[in-house]
Design a protein around this ligand. Structure first.
Ligand SMILES: Nc1ncnc2c1ncn2[C@@H]1O[C@H](COP(=O)(O)OP(=O)(O)O)[C@@H](O)[C@H]1O
Ligand SMILES: [Mg+2]
Length: 296
């Protein structure tokens, strides 16, 4: 008897388009639940405490845990759930690739999807919360869905300047817009000033300068909550600056044609994994689904 759940054919076929990082597929998962193997010398050096928490510009903010809990997000102090377990697996694979890469882009992860409302923000925030449990890394969650930002409201943080301001004005240090939260390893960069030209601005070369500046903080993993790939052009530009892309596919919503079009637009990134977000409002029950791109 086959106990494996049947995979949706959509994903089986989509997965065939991509050569999902064979090296990662072969790699056994680390044994300890939430701790990764010791950082490799080429990758993550143990940070000097002073560099991590002091002498940095920017403000601080408190995360609204109650709101997150109500919206179904995973919190560090919550009992272990199936959802938390799923994100732990996803996180582990992403971090292994991040640590392996000599290219600084490998520490930048784009969380994208073809259309709005497929769960990009849900997955980006959960991934960030999960990664923030790790020792020796700092997670920077960037709200790059500049036309429809929702990271600050999701986390209950106050509005303020962000990536758009730093991209628009070279005099603004992007680090000064970063909010350090009361979760020790989690920082947030808001989308910032709303602009009619958000799309054009994020496509400008200055975005690369800003993203590279943000990457200079030791041991930082940057997660970008992307705009919908088919609804706005910046996603394909962001894909050029990241080493890994997590493509959220919502089982009850994403069409195969849209997924293929979106994957084509993200060609700038050569490590794309599909993440099946199996949220199903119709069933009155929401569930997070399978992670594709390795294992199984
Ligand atoms: N797996 C899930 N379980 C519960 N709620 C989810 C899940 N995926 C998405 N949602 C909810 O669905 C809505 C749309 O998701 P969101 O992440 O905002 O989409 P996007 O960022 O792609 O526009 C949000 O209210 C979000 O909290
Ligand atoms: Mg969103």
């Amino acid at each position: 008897m086959n106990m494996q759940p049947k995979r949706p054919s959509l994903l089986e076929r989509a997965a065939q388009i991509y050569d999902f990082n064979a090296a990662l597929k072969a790699r056994p998962a680390p044994a300890a639940a939430d701790d990764l193997p010791p950082p490799s010398p080429a990758g993550f050096a143990a940070p000097a405490p002073a560099e991590r928490h002091h002498a940095r510009p920017g403000r601080t903010g408190t995360i609204d845990r109650e709101e997150l809990r109500e919206a179904g997000y995973i919190l560090p102090d919550a009992p272990v759930s199936a959802l938390a377990e799923e994100f732990r697996i996803v996180k582990r694979q992403l971090l292994l690739a991040a640590m392996d890469g000599a290219d600084p882009r490998s520490r930048r992860i784009l969380v994208a999807s073809a259309m709005p409302d497929e769960g990009k923000t849900f997955c980006a925030v959960n991934l960030a919360l999960s990664m923030a449990n790790e020792r020796d890394i700092e997670v920077l969650l960037v709200d790059a869905d500049v036309a429809k930002p929702s990271i600050l409201s999701t986390l209950g943080l106050e509005a303020g300047p962000g990536i758009m301001d730093a991209v628009e004005d070279a005099a603004i240090d992007p680090e000064s817009c970063v909010i350090r939260t009361d979760l020790a390893n989690l920082s947030v960069l808001p989308a910032g000033r709303p602009s009619n030209e958000a799309t054009e601005l994020i496509a400008a070369d200055r975005t690369r300068v800003v993203i590279e500046a943000l990457g200079r903080v030791p041991n930082r993993i940057t997660i970008f909550d992307s705009p919908p790939v088919l609804a706005a052009s910046p996603a394909s530009v962001l894909a050029l600056h990241v080493g890994q892309t997590m493509m959220v596919v919502r089982a009850d919503r994403t069409s195969e044609a849209d997924l293929k079009d979106a994957l084509r637009l993200l060609e700038g990134c050569d490590d794309i994994r599909l993440l099946l977000n199996a949220a199903s409002a119709g069933l009155g029950r929401r569930r997070f689904g399978t992670y594709y791109g390795y294992g199984a």
